[in-house]
Design a protein around this ligand. Structure first.
Ligand SMILES: [Zn+2]
Length: 276
């Protein structure tokens, strides 16, 4: 392959890894360097990938958390240590997308514990939060997950046939299963689409590849309880959900619960919560 194409390919890969994991691009460059050193002595196929996977995994587990804590006051949300506060998909943790300020972790642990009193086993299953480093560095595609104070939490669902509450969200990535407006409720998603924001449902398209929505029904009882606990917790500031859910759950008195802008992704599949 010509050198210019090789450099371009590595540049694209560096950008992609940096966008989705923050540290992956740098680890890739380090892997290329180590690979070059070793290949000079003895050619080994696939070595750079092995370097990358091992270095990325070790850095993610052992180096990123203490550095993020001391330099940026951010901690990784529990992966296995708290059964009431878990990632919806472990990929979010492995990609370093689940770092928050310690105050946000504390508030989430408290709400998760309160949730157990009424619905034992209904954990907070979270998705994207923030990267470990640099204030103002956004976690794509979210623009406001940039200072360690934001997190997305998925809604609850039930098996449509049996009515049994589901563990985690049926959508593999936790987004995209809409709790749509019922007849008589204000349909904000429809309103936004009519304004020309046709793309706001792309999460739903991705979710459809991994699960069939007909097999599930929205668990209003558990989701409503979680929303009321979040709304009542003094640590939280801005909370984003679609207007029909705010009304359905009786949260009209909370001025900090607002809809997202029309150009942002829908919030009738998850709630976006920010620390004050
Ligand atoms: Zn969010």
């Amino acid at each position: 392959m010509k050198p210019v194409f090789r450099i371009l390919r590595h540049a694209l890969f560096f950008t992609f890894l940096t966008l989705i994991t923050q540290i992956g691009g740098l680890i890739w460059l380090l892997s290329l360097y180590l690979n070059k050193m070793v290949q000079k002595r003895r050619p080994i196929r696939g070595l750079r990938w092995a370097f990358f996977l091992v270095l990325y995994t070790l850095t993610t587990i052992f180096i990123v958390p203490p550095v993020a804590y001391y330099c940026c006051d951010r901690v990784r949300l529990p992966v296995f240590s708290n059964p009431y506060l878990e990632p919806e998909n472990i990929v979010y943790s492995f990609f370093n997308r689940t770092f928050v300020k310690p105050e946000l972790l504390k508030a989430l642990e408290e709400v998760a514990q309160q949730m157990q009193e009424k619905y034992p086993g209904a954990a907070i299953w979270y998705m994207d939060a923030n990267f470990p480093f640099i204030d103002g560095y956004p976690l794509h595609p979210h623009l406001t997950h940039d200072i360690g104070k934001s997190i997305d939490i998925t809604f609850y669902w039930k098996n449509a046939k049996t009515g049994v509450p589901m563990r985690k969200n049926p959508s593999p990535h936790g987004y995209g299963l809409w709790a749509e407006a019922k007849p008589g409720e204000f349909d904000y998603a429809k309103h936004c689409k009519q304004q020309g924001y046709w793309y706001i449902g792309y999460d739903g398209t991705i979710a459809n590849w991994g699960c069939n929505k007909k097999n599930y029904t929205f668990d209003e009882a558990r989701t409503g309880e979680l929303m009321r606990l979040i709304a009542a917790h003094p640590a939280f500031g801005r909370i984003l959900i679609q207007p029909h859910l705010k009304q359905r759950f009786g949260l009209q008195q909370y001025d900090n619960i607002v809809p997202q802008d029309c150009f942002s992704a829908r919030h009738d599949d998850h709630v976006h919560v920010q620390l004050k």
